[in-house]
Design a protein around this ligand. Structure first.
Ligand SMILES: Cc1cc2nc3c(=O)[nH]c(=O)nc-3n(C[C@H](O)[C@H](O)[C@H](O)COP(=O)(O)O)c2cc1C
Ligand code: SF4
Ligand code: SF4
Length: 256
């Protein structure tokens, strides 16, 4: 059975999960949510959406996708949220956005991956990252076995707690507005422009050889994590902290 795997990723974890799941399932096509090619392209019967948990919910761009994408023919829908510590409403908010359109999900899975939210902690040591990747790989085998078997259902989220976060979601979205004012580049910036080139939503322009954030940020932290000079900070909370991106997703993955 053909499967469309839609993904959004800031620092490569979700992309790696989407690729790995595609390899396990076979006959899959990976479709970037940020690239927008899904518009006007009806999904096949089986569709999977892979994304990170952000601040108790999911990225706004993925919320938009779940609200608008032509998923009507996808009678076998699955959500795969990945998170560093706590999935919170990342699955339930997504499920409810689909339900509003009369679309039902059969599977909802949470997978733990390394943290990329540097304000709360720097990159884990490589050995710990490796352990998480191995565990995630095993989890993906379980996820794939549920997806392959139409008789099975899985919902790895507490519906009541999820409902609470779903209620708060519009407020949390509103609080995000203008958060990118907190990004800044320090004296190490050499004006290379990589941050602008790799931003998934073109939210950075380079002016006078310095990045300027434009106010429509997804808060994916890609610019901060991939800056070769480690020059980008989020207020002062990230100074001196080790950066993170998935080791199999180099900067070229975002500019190809
Ligand atoms: C703005 C932001 C908010 C986040 N919020 C949460 C959260 O609420 N719970 C959690 O466990 N992880 C949270 N994380 C961590 C990511 O969900 C996690 O590291 C994920 O694997 C990153 O995936 P990506 O590399 O595909 O972007 C957050 C990360 C960012 C950048
Ligand atoms: S990637 Fe880093 S060094 Fe390059 S322009 Fe952006 S902030 Fe400056
Ligand atoms: S400005 Fe940075 S954090 Fe915001 S969407 Fe672009 S890459 Fe992600």
């Amino acid at each position: 059975m053909t499967t469309d795997i839609y993904w959004f990723s800031g620092t490569g974890n979700s992309l790696w999960l989407a690729r790995s799941l595609g390899e396990i399932l076979g006959e899959s096509e990976l479709i970037s949510i940020a690239a927008g090619v899904w518009r006007g392209r009806p999904a096949p019967a089986r569709a999977i959406v892979v994304y990170p948990a952000y601040a108790t919910r999911l990225p706004k761009i993925v919320q938009g996708f779940l609200s608008e994408a032509p998923l009507e023919q996808a009678t076998d829908l699955h959500l795969v949220a990945n998170f560093a510590l706590w999935r919170a409403g990342s699955l339930e908010v997504g499920r409810r956005l689909l339900l509003r359109r009369g679309l039902r999900v059969r599977g909802g899975f949470g997978i733990r991956m390394p943290n990329n939210y540097t304000p709360l902690g720097e990159a884990a040591a490589p050995a710990k990252q490796q352990r998480l990747f191995e565990q995630a790989g095993k989890r993906l085998q379980e996820v794939a076995s549920v997806i392959r078997d139409p008789a099975r259902q899985a919902w790895e989220s507490n519906v009541l707690i999820g409902r609470f976060w779903a209620m708060l979601c519009p407020l949390m979205n509103a609080l995000d507005q203008g958060e990118d004012r907190k990004f800044n580049s320090d004296e190490r910036c050499n004006g290379c422009g990589l941050c602008a080139r790799i931003c998934p939503v073109e939210n950075i322009i380079i002016r006078d050889k310095l990045p300027v954030w434009q106010g429509h940020c997804e808060m994916c932290f890609r610019c901060l994590q991939y800056c070769p000079q480690e020059s980008i900070q989020f207020q002062r909370s990230t100074i001196g902290r080790k950066r993170y991106h998935h080791p199999e997703v180099p900067p070229e993955a975002w500019t190809a």
